[in-house]
Design a protein around this ligand. Structure first.
Ligand SMILES: Cc1cc2nc3c(=O)[nH]c(=O)nc-3n(C[C@H](O)[C@H](O)[C@H](O)COP(=O)(O)OP(=O)(O)OC[C@H]3O[C@@H](n4cnc5c(N)ncnc54)[C@H](O)[C@@H]3O)c2cc1C
Length: 340
């Protein structure tokens, strides 16, 4: 059987990988995305539970870039993206009600292999014109003429061959803060005193940024049939707390951060915390080791090596934001396309 050689393999189906593939497809290239995770989206990811749903990575974004703005405005019309008024940032965009439908829309026409953890990429140093051989854990290798790496900088560094010294140098420049995220789900009867004289509470997210909590948003959904309201709470510990505890077992923090969240809520006069049930239906922690980029790679550093047909993308090259990740993916793709 003849071995298929893709025009491009993109490693990572986060927003930068999706953007790179989107640009390549528009240029009629044969593209495969590989991602080690079960779902696409990377740090823009959603955990779905039968009654609760959580975006436990990125929360909202803004747009200035023309192409990305057009994509977002189409997604507002088709209701995958919602417009929110942020108390400090003004108008921002968020998933409706979570980011999963938006990511599914963006990836709908792309060829993606999930659960494909790339362990090694190889091309002989003395044969830059040869194709790349991409090794995947528990799977057959994949071959490509060009390759784009979109993982966080330390993971990119680990995959790059030693002889690509300039790209390796670039990937050593970025720095990150970690983030510990807590996902909590509570069920409350619709007849609860929480909603007495306050039924509009169900439509309003609860925002808390205090103490060890760098950001928290709680959103209600409800079922009249079951006479139950469901509160999905995301708590992001602040960078100091997260750095201090990132090496600990992920099961150790949910209780303490959940108790802290409730204690801050006690100061909110609209909310009767004593009416929350003692039993919490869902409580999990998640560790983002490379959450927010605190330093991007220097602008003058190499991002593409055309001789070896390889380019780098990711928020760590453009800025710590969803939109920057999108721009970096597009830039990487363009840098490897033939110039007219
Ligand atoms: C807690 C948190 C809160 C945030 N809040 C915001 C916010 O409110 N607004 C905002 O704009 N940004 C926010 N961000 C940042 C935003 O999420 C990122 O800038 C953006 O999602 C980065 O996208 P990316 O494609 O560059 O990287 P990633 O999303 O990290 O994608 C990399 C992909 O590579 C895959 N991968 C890694 N190694 C391998 C391998 N060996 N083989 C195959 N696949 C691999 C991963 O599974 C992943 O899917 C937040 C991030 C976090 C973690």
């Amino acid at each position: 059987m003849l071995t298929h050689i893709y025009d491009f393999v993109v490693i990572g189906s986060g927003i930068s990988g999706i953007s790179a593939a989107n640009t390549l497809i528009k240029n009629n290239k044969d593209v495969l995305i590989l991602d080690k995770a079960r779902n696409s989206g990377g740090r823009l990811s959603t955990r779905i539970h039968p009654t609760f749903s959580f975006d436990h990575g990125a929360q909202f974004f803004t747009t200035k870039d023309l192409e990305f703005s057009q994509i977002v405005h189409k997604a507002i019309q088709t209701q995958e993206i919602a417009i929110l008024e942020h108390p400090e940032k003004g108008t921002v965009y968020a998933g409706n009600p979570v980011f999963r439908p938006f990511i599914s829309k963006l990836t709908g026409s792309l060829e993606i292999m999930q659960n494909a953890s790339v362990t090694h990429i190889e091309k002989p140093q003395d044969k830059p014109e040869e194709r790349w051989c991409i090794s995947i854990a528990d799977n057959q290798p994949i071959f490509a003429k060009n390759i784009i790496l979109t993982m966080p900088a330390p993971q990119t560094n680990a995959l790059l061959p030693e002889y690509l010294t300039e790209l390796k140098h670039t990937s050593l420049q970025a720095l990150y803060d970690p983030c510990i995220a807590i996902l909590a789900g509570v069920e409350v009867p619709l007849s609860s005193s929480i909603f007495l004289d306050n039924s509009e509470l169900l439509d309003k997210p609860i925002l808390i940024e205090k103490g060890n909590i760098g950001w928290s948003i709680a959103k209600w959904s409800h079922s009249v049939e079951n006479n139950t309201a469901y509160l999905s709470v995301i708590i992001h510990a602040n960078p100091e707390f997260s750095s201090q505890h990132i090496e600990e077992d992920v099961s150790t923090f949910p209780d303490s951060l959940w108790e802290e969240w409730k204690s801050h809520l006690k100061t909110d006069a609209r909310f009767d915390v004593s009416a929350l049930p003692k039993h919490i239906s869902y409580l999990k922690g998640h560790k983002w080791r490379y959450a927010r980029v605190t330093k991007t790679a220097d602008e003058e550093c190499e991002r593409t090596n055309q001789k070896y047909s390889i380019a780098l993308a990711g928020d760590w090259l453009e800025g710590p934001r969803i939109e920057s990740a999108w721009i970096s993916g597009r830039n990487a793709a363009i840098s490897l396309l033939p110039q007219d």
